[in-house]
Design a protein around this ligand. Structure first.
Ligand code: UD1
Length: 414
């Protein structure tokens, strides 16, 4: 699948944002903590979410999906996650904590081997071990056994996924768990709030130090997925790329403060309680220095978008330091350079000099990088073909259609 983009159309209009993939996945993962109904509203219909639902169904959960509401109920009939589904998405690791807490055992095949590669899960596993769970890595699976028991655990890094797993493991643990250096991303806070709605006893919701007093049983709950802040940043980036005026509604501007801070000194940005309007008439010289780090600092998921913005800025120099996933820099820089960008990457640092981009065929190699290439295509002179749209579809609902609604000349070729 590919996108065909003819750049230079200005974008105008209003667009509503849907629920965040990175919120829906841990909420679905947490649904295993109870047999009662967990009702999740504003659930985005995207590939990763559909794969997570298939995984839970394959393990025995009853799941119905009506409109944007997903209802999960019933018991698991196996603690062995089928490889066919588990290896489809990295988010499958988010069921570890919940399943081991409720069923005291899980066997989960991992994509790309156990705890190795670019996205290890050593913090998840060390945290579970600290809670007394026996963790074994066999071939390309991880097997966890035992009832979690309250303990103190300091995460060496504020990992989003590890925080989510350890929260789920500790809500049904025996005794009190104190997690320190926990991640505070809005999606983590949403999970904490849903767990509280399910009857969990959590002190310090939203903080880096969290105390969880284990309970015997959780009950069902109804919860709404928070708006996808990365999709908001994508639409705002599109408005910059193509120039024009775009209002993104149904969002929470405070969730992307560090990104908005970069934009509001360069464009006319108007913030409302649940909407943002950006007006762009021309490109700024540069975006200064961008350093990715855990929330509330600049998110790695918005780094690829910003690299594209910097690539077509007006001749100035932008520096990006990618501190989370350094391999996110290299491949996108190479594709953007094919479009005429001037980006030099060394280790985890990219130096970008603003240039005029031209349309050409480029290859998306990951979800966020793919979105960045679409943004570049909206700005480039001539026709850009973005291949590898499957990566983009893992995290966006109809990206091409949404941008076309705003006036972009973008079509999908299957
Ligand atoms: C989540 C998001 C992803 C986002 C990332 C950082 C989901 C489904 N995905 O991913 O979109 O880019 O947060 O905001 O929510 N690490 C380890 N050991 C571990 C865990 C992580 O070394 O056990 C490292 C990772 O390699 C990476 C960094 O910690 O360098 C951040 O990873 P983490 O916060 O765990 O990201 P994810 O939860 O995988």
């Amino acid at each position: 699948m590919e996108y065909i983009i003819n750049g230079a159309n200005r974008l105008y209009g209003e667009i509503a944002v849907y629920g965040a993939k990175n919120c829906a996945l841990p909420l679905l993962g947490a649904s295993v903590l109870t047999d009662e109904d967990v009702v999740i509203h504003n659930c985005p219909y995207i590939v990763d979410v559909a794969n997570m639902i298939d995984l839970l169904k394959a393990m025995g959960k009853n799941i119905t999906w009506q409109g944007d509401t997903v209802v999960v109920s019933g018991k698991l009939n196996t603690v062995k996650a089928p490889e066919k589904y588990a290896t489809l998405l990295r988010g499958s690791a988010l069921i570890l904590g919940g399943v081991v807490a409720k069923y005291n055992e899980i066997e989960l095949p991992l994509p790309g081997g156990c705890a190795i590669g670019a996205r290890p899960i050593d913090i998840h596993l060390a945290g579970l071990q600290a809670l007394g769970v026996d963790v074994q890595c066999r071939d390309s699976s991880v097997i966890c056994r035992g009832k979690p028991c309250g303990a103190r655990y300091h995460m060496r890094f504020a990992s989003v996924g590890a925080t989510e797993n350890l929260l789920c493991a500790s809500v049904l643990a025996r005794g009190e768990t104190i997690l320190s250096n926990a991640a505070t991303e809005p999606e983590v806070v949403a999970l904490e709030e849903m767990l509280v709605a399910m009857g969990a006893d959590i002190e310090g919701v939203g903080g880096v130090d969290i105390t969880v007093r284990g309970t015997d049983k959780l009950h069902g709950a109804e919860f709404t997925v928070i708006p996808d802040r990365i999709v908001v940043a994508t639409y705002l980036s599109a408005a910059v790329a193509a120039t024009g005026r775009v209002t993104v509604t149904n969002c929470r501007p405070e969730h992307l403060r560090s990104f908005i801070n970069k934009l509001e000194t360069r464009f006319a940005v108007k913030e409302y309680f649940d909407a943002i309007t950006l007006t762009a008439d021309s490109q700024p010289s540069d975006y200064g220095r961008i350093i990715t780090a855990p929330y509330p600092f600049f998110p790695t998921d918005m780094q690829s978008l910003t690299m594209s913005l910097a690539a077509f800025s007006n001749g100035g120099k932008t520096i990006i330091c990618e501190n989370l996933f350094e391999n996110r820099l290299q491949s996108n820089a190479a594709e953007l350079n094919k479009m005429g960008a001037n980006i030099i990457v060394k280790d985890n640092k990219a130096i970008i000099y603003g240039s005029n981009l031209r349309g050409i065929t480029v290859q998306a190699r990951d979800l966020r990088g793919g979105a960045g290439l679409v943004i570049a295509g909206l700005n480039a002179r001539g026709q850009t073909v973005v291949r590898g749209v499957e990566h983009i579809n893992r995290g966006y609902c109809n990206l091409a259609e949404s941008l076309a609604e705003l006036g972009a000349d973008i079509t999908e070729n299957t």
